[in-house]
Design a protein around this ligand. Structure first.
Ligand code: 5GP
Ligand code: ZN
Length: 137
């Protein structure tokens, strides 16, 4: 498969590796948004949250938790953004699931996720909640 992150996991393409276990691989983003920008990926290819197994997703999140603590200890950022994008509409560029750890400092010039909350219709919110609850398996 022609997947850049699969090639990184198999060492066909070099990367600056920070962590590896039997399910998960973590490496430095090649275009870091800030110092310490990391990517955490499952070793088994899965494009998005909809394809990854629950076990692999939990393993990725567990490593994310561990690495966030290491980033805090090493770089002492004032905050950390976790980002995990699914699908082109969500701005996912590489279709192999990954979690970004982006250390943040106030005044670092990166955008804050500050979309404006707008008042909504409570009946509509309840209706959508019902649709999601019905879809739960
Ligand atoms: P997303 O798919 O969530 O929008 O972001 C993909 C991320 O992968 C980007 O932050 C980009 O810099 C990073 N990236 C793309 N290609 C490579 C690569 O070959 N090596 C590494 N280390 N990072 C990459
Ligand atoms: Zn892949």
């Amino acid at each position: 498969m022609d997947c850049i992150f699969c090639k990184i996991v198999s060492n066909e393409i070099p990367s600056i590796k920070v962590y590896e276990d039997d399910r998960v691989f973590a490496f430095m983003d090649i275009n870091p948004l800030n110092d310490g920008h990391l990517l955490i990926v499952p070793k088994a290819h899965a494009a998005t949250i909809h394809e990854i197994t629950e076990a692999d997703f939990l393993a990725v999140m567990s490593v994310t938790h561990k690495l966030a603590a290491a980033v805090k200890k090493a770089l002492n950022p004032e905050g950390i953004n976790l980002m995990q994008l699914n699908g082109r509409a969500a701005n996912q560029v590489v279709p192999h699931l990954h979690v970004h750890i982006v250390p943040r400092w106030s005044g670092d010039g990166l955008p804050i996720c500050n979309w404006e909350p707008a008042a909504s219709d409570m009946e509509k919110i309840k209706d959508v909640a019902g649709q999601i609850q019905e879809a739960l398996e």
